[in-house]
Each structure stands twice: as structure tokens, then as C-alpha cells.
Ligand binder design. Sequence first.
Ligand SMILES: Nc1nc2c(ncn2[C@@H]2O[C@H](COP(=O)(O)OP(=O)(O)O)[C@@H](O)[C@H]2O)c(=O)[nH]1
Ligand SMILES: Nc1ncnc2c1ncn2[C@@H]1O[C@H](COP(=O)(O)OP(=O)(O)O)[C@@H](O)[C@H]1O
Length: 216
Amino acid sequence: MKSPAVNRIPRRGLMFVVSSPSGAGKTTLCNRLLQADPDLSLSVSATTRKPRPGETDGVDYHFIDEDKFLSMRKDGAFLESAKVFDNYYGTPKAQVEEALSSGKDVLFDIDWQGAQQLGEIARDDLVKVFILPPSRDELERRLHKRAQDSAEVVAARMAKADSEISHWAEYDYVVLNYELDESEALLQSILVAERLKRTRQIGLGAKVKAIIEGED
Ligand SMILES: Nc1nc2c(ncn2[C@@H]2O[C@H](COP(=O)(O)OP(=O)(O)O)[C@@H](O)[C@H]2O)c(=O)[nH]1
Ligand SMILES: Nc1ncnc2c1ncn2[C@@H]1O[C@H](COP(=O)(O)OP(=O)(O)O)[C@@H](O)[C@H]1O
């Protein structure tokens, strides 16, 4: 789905965080948003997790080893970082700063720990969305359907689901992911409305002045 233009004036970039229990569909939905929206750029995280089949280094994640991760973290290279399912994950600073300064909005597929940390450094620019599965059974079906993790890994992710879901109330928006098309449209609506917030439209004062003075 193509994203509608939003007022065609300069505005502040926003940081769009999408979290969910593993398997609820956030990666699929994020990929759809990115395809539909040239103004949105993905923050590619670094992780010590092994790549899944079909994942590409530098595109889905920067796959690095633990030594490298810990030394980057020590050097302050991450905006936020967390341990999830026994692996380290972190958001490299440089890429986010570059995207925001070039006028793009940045999409983060990160967990609640990362969302909390970003909230401490960029509250006004942050929009947080939590994706829920329609049911526990459907969550388990989706984890199996993805067929990229062992039965053991799927069981571990199901065991963690309740504690992840318990953070839902820390988010600005909650989307129940029944159908992909429907959920994509809901996420797109959130993005458009957030882009239209008066405080983000930094070009609005000049535009209003030009309208009043008949210059446009
Ligand atoms: N805090 C934080 N969490 C991340 C980051 N990158 C990914 N995650 C989260 O780590 C969890 C595991 O991700 P992944 O191994 O790709 O499995 P998924 O849950 O199936 O997407 C998910 O909740 C991701 O949102 C990051 O840079 N920082
Ligand atoms: N609304 C949906 N209906 C049916 N299957 C879905 C839906 N959303 C996601 N899926 C499937 O569920 C699996 C897990 O989705 P994924 O995006 O990898 O989840 P997450 O990133 O939250 O772990 C994938 O096989 C994906 O195609």
C-alpha cells in the first residue's frame, strides 16, 4: 500500500518503534511498511544471534560475535542495547542519526527494554507500537509456520511470550495482528497521524505566514 503524502512541508523525523512477542508478526509488518514508504528507513540492529535461513548480513541484522558486540557497547556505539533470548541486540547510533538528519523517519524492530531506553533519550520523537497476536494458539502456530527455529527455540520463545506481553501498556498504540493487510493499514494510519502532529511540522509557521500574506 502506498503511503499518502503528508502536507509536503518540512517536519521533524520520528522514531517508530514496533515491539511484540516473538512470532506475532512484527518483522513481516515492518518489511511491508518499509516497502510501501520511501520516507521510512530501518534501523538495522547488531546481534550475536546466528542468521536464520534467508536473512542477510547488513540487511536484516549486522551479525557479529560477542567480543565485537561488547567492545562496540563499551565504545558507546549503541543508542540502546539488551539481552534477549540469551543473545545480545543493539541499535547502532550512527545509522539512526544519519537517517534522521536526512529527513527520514526511522523504524525500530526492538523489544520493550530497547523501547524504554530510547524513551529516556528521545521521548518527544518516539512513537511506540505493540503488536499482539490474536491468541496464544495462533502465536504458537506462527512460530512453527516460520519454520526457521528448532522446536526447542520455539518452546523458549513461547515461554517468554507472557513476560513480553506484560509490557503492552508501556506503548502508545496496540495493534492486534489478525490479518496482515489490515494490520499494515492500521500501522500506516498511525504513521500518517503522527507525522501530522503540529509539533512535528516544523515548516508550518512559514507555510501559514505565506498563506496569510498571499505568497503561495
Ligand atoms: N533492545 C533491542 N531489541 C532488539 C534489537 N533488535 C532486535 N530486537 C528484539 O529482539 C527480539 C528477538 O529478535 P529476533 O531474534 O530477530 O526474533 P523475532 O522475535 O522472531 O523477531 C525481538 O523482540 C526483537 O524486537 C535491538 O537492537 N535492541
Ligand atoms: N496476520 C498474520 N496472519 C498469518 N500469518 C502471519 C501474520 N503475521 C505474521 N504471520 C506469519 O507468522 C510468522 C512469524 O512472523 P514474523 O514477522 O517473523 O514475527 P516476529 O518478527 O514478530 O517474530 C511468519 O511466518 C509470518 O509470515
